[in-house]
Design a protein around this ligand. Structure first.
Ligand SMILES: *Cc1c(COP(=O)(O)O)cnc(C)c1O
Length: 419
């Protein structure tokens, strides 16, 4: 894999590059192999075979059955499909989720609330972990769904999904005796596939969301795993593709690319995790040693398997995160403030608020997410530049703060003043 020489890309939690092997696998289906899998002739039948083969490959890696894999147009769509698919049609259904979910979950929940459903948001501790007792305390007779993300996209906290599933299976046994409806469990696993085992038979969930754009695969491609026996209301009506849940002519190239991407990621996740852990320790030790008034957000002990090893989330006191991001960008370094979504709306991160990050620090937060091509040398250049940037911005904060507010934190204002 190659990339633009001048770029140091440390934003893999936003998206990853397309692996050349994935691209190569997709290419025939952007050219001569253009068939519609629903057509009865040989061109269509060939496309159908390819789609079903890809479904089998993915099912194999996830240890599920091929007909439990539904192709979608990405993580957001899978999440919408799971949440709306479970509760629409029920009146006043209750959903339990966490305060630190991706906006695809939180905004879906807001919309469901407007439709008369009832949502509980469980808190997390200062490391970003949910507590099963807290989920338990929110259960009602009307609860139909629990949606807890596998890995948080901002601070990289890994939730105890299989433990929640085990506990829920006991809860469901008791509910069955009481004649209450089963509670289904969905997890958003979009951030998990590069360094964590995605074996669903170990996880024990009923629904799982995964996307291609975080796995060196195609964007706008994802799956929703739907466990056998779970019935979902259709998400898109039409020709009845994807078990009638998600109609529309299949994205054959995207499906092939996704299968390749999942295969590659899951074949090397352990090795990638080991490599990332070393880089994580190296970079955070340098940051903590060379910069004062800094905190690492989320879980700080990698040995507990509660933190994604490619995610470093740091906050600097008295620094504007956006200015720091743009400073690094002038050196070709790509990072993110909090998350890409909150960067756009410029609202302070709901995740950092939920873990109780203090105001002094929240503003100066950066998410550094490493990837397959990240090297120690790149991290050295990044930390060198970061040290300079933090120092420069701390010197100029007093003068530039009012200006920053006016220009909404554009870099120009702080650089000009410092010169
Ligand atoms: C990226 C992401 C999504 C959204 O996926 P898209 O493929 O961009 O629609 C949802 N949840 C998490 C945790 C993500 O990181």
């Amino acid at each position: 894999m190659k990339r633009n020489d001048k770029t140091i890309y440390l934003d893999h939690a936003s998206t990853t590059s397309l692996d050349p092997r994935v691209k190569a696998a997709m290419e025939p289906f952007l050219g001569l192999e253009y068939g519609n899998p629903s057509s009865l002739h040989h061109v269509g039948r060939r496309a159908r075979d390819v789609v079903e083969r890809a479904r089998e490959v993915i099912a194999d890696f996830l240890s599920v059955r091929p007909d439990e894999v539904i192709f979608t147009a990405g993580g957001t769509e899978s999440i919408n499909m799971a949440l709306f698919g479970v509760v629409s049609g029920n009146k006043g259904a209750h959903i339990i989720t966490s305060k630190i979910e991706h906006s695809a979950v939180l905004k879906s929940c807001e919309a469901l609330e407007k439709q008369g459903h009832d949502i509980s948001y469980v808190p997390v501790n200062e490391q970003g972990l949910v507590d099963i007792a807290s989920i338990d305390s929110h259960i009602k007779d009307t609860t139909r769904l629990i949606s807890i993300m596998y890995v948080n996209n901002e601070i990289g906290t890994i939730q105890p999904i299989s433990r929640i599933a085990q506990w829920l299976s006991d809860v469901n046994k008791m509910r069955k005796d009481e004649g209450l409806p089963e509670i289904l469990f969905h997890t958003d696993a979009c951030q998990a596939g590069n360094t964590i085992d995605l074996d669903i038979s170990h996880l024990g969930v009923d629904l799982l969301t995964l996307n291609g754009s975080k796995l060196y695969g195609p964007k706008q491609m994802g799956i929703l795993y739907v466990k056998e026996g779970v019935s979902l209301n259709p998400h898109i009506y039409g020709g009845g593709q994807e078990r009638n849940i998600r109609s529309g002519t299949e994205n054959v190239a995207g499906i092939v690319g996704l299968a390749k991407a999942i295969s590659l990621a899951q074949a090397q996740y352990e090795e990638e995790d080991r490599r990332m852990k070393k880089l994580w320790v190296y970079a955070t030790e340098r940051i903590l040693r060379e910069i004062s008034d800094v905190r690492i957000n989320g879980v700080t002990d990698l040995s507990t398997h509660e933190r994604l090893s490619n995610n470093i989330h740091v906050s600097f006191k008295g620094v504007n995160g956006r200015s720091l991001l743009l400073y690094l960008d002038t050196y070709g370094i790509c990072v993110s403030t909090g998350s890409a979504c909150s960067a756009k709306t410029q609202k302070s991160s709901h995740v950092l608020s939920a873990i109780g990050c203090s105001e002094q620090y929240i503003d100066g937060s950066l998410r550094i997410s490493m990837g397959r091509l990240t090297t120690q040398k790149e991290l050295d250049f990044f930390v060198d530049t970061l040290v300079q940037g933090v120092e420069l911005l701390r010197q100029t904060t007093l003068v530039s703060a009012p200006l920053q507010r006016i220009t909404q934190g554009k870099l120009g204002s702080c650089i000009e003043i410092s010169n």
